[in-house]
Design a protein around this ligand. Structure first.
Ligand SMILES: [Zn+2]
Length: 302
């Protein structure tokens, strides 16, 4: 083949792929500007971070746990779709073994965005309500339905055995109505998903069955049931301890009680927000407190 013809084909393919890329990506899709940071927690457990909200170019989605076993790799969550290539790179950095299982802590796109990037044979596991919530997402329609969870659970599910065992728990509504708590017993580590995203009010996604009133009750069950851990992987912040989780339960209980009392007293959401004291919780922010109070008010309306 003549060189000029090769060049013409190359230019043609390039132009076509540019057009396809432009067509497939909404113009505002935030593109990553950096790789995903990797933190080693144990010999066979890593966390892929770069998960602190909200600058689009540097926010890759929720913390991903990479659990490496003799037979394959389990991921907990899969970040935002735009970060697919960066996620694959980060996983490759820590293991050459194939991903065989994906656990989704809940339905949101910053936790399920790349469920389809590891092949059709991967077993995807989630709470049964999360599967129902995912079925409503455009990302899991058409031929993508094959990447919906294949294995679901209601209250508890154990995957694997011995040092490879993973326990999944469901304790009730909170961030959504399908939040899984994922425990690696041999490594004494718990992934909370967005039931403990940060030291600020939790998000309560009422459209997906979330509840700011139930949130602290659900966390109280977690604290009472999951005992043998020393490391907590939160949804969107640096690693935490069980003590941090207990404090978070108290914070969310305080907030829910405060909002319900303010509502009963006829206060506005603004008044309730102004009267909520965040300073008794060191290191806490109140950037999401008003939204959570609003969620409680909305819930009380129905
Ligand atoms: Zn979420």
């Amino acid at each position: 083949m003549k060189r000029s013809r090769l060049v013409a084909i190359f230019v043609g393919v390039f132009a076509l792929s540019m057009t396809l890329a432009a067509y497939q990506q909404p113009p505002a899709a935030p593109q990553p500007t950096r790789p995903i940071d990797v933190q080693k927690l144990k010999d066979n457990l890593y966390v892929l971070t770069t998960s602190t909200c909200c600058e689009p170019a540097t926010f890759s989605g929720g913390n991903v746990a990479v659990f490496i076993t003799d037979t394959g790799v389990t991921l907990v969550d899969t970040k935002l779709v735009a970060w697919g290539p960066a996620l694959l790179d980060a996983v490759k950095k820590v293991t050459s073994k194939p991903v065989t299982t994906i656990i989704n802590t809940h339905t949101h796109g910053d936790h399920t965005g790349n469920d389809d990037k590891f092949g059709a044979a991967v077993e995807i596991v989630a709470h049964e309500n999360t599967k129902t919530n995912m079925e409503k997402m455009d990302a899991f329609k058409g031929e993508k339905t094959q990447f919906l969870p294949k294995k679901v659970f209601k209250d508890k599910l154990t995957v694997g055995s011995g040092k490879d065992r993973i326990d999944l728990y469901y304790f009730g509504a909170g961030h959504t109505n399908g939040d899984a708590f994922v425990v690696f017993p041999a490594l004494r580590t718990l992934h909370t998903g967005d039931m403990f995203a940060w030291k600020d009010a939790g998000g309560c996604d009422r459209a997906n069955g979330g509840s700011c009133i139930a949130f602290p009750q659900t966390l109280a069950r977690v604290v009472a049931t999951i005992k043998d851990v020393d490391t907590v992987i939160p949804g969107h912040s640096p690693m935490m301890t069980p003590k941090d989780l207990q404090e978070y339960q108290r914070f969310m209980a305080d907030l829910a009680a405060h909002a319900q009392a303010a509502n009963k007293a006829g206060q506005s959401v603004d008044e309730a927000f102004a009267a909520f004291k965040v300073d008794k919780y060191p290191g806490y922010k109140n950037e999401r407190v008003k939204t959570a109070i609003q969620a409680v008010y909305d819930e009380l309306k129905k």
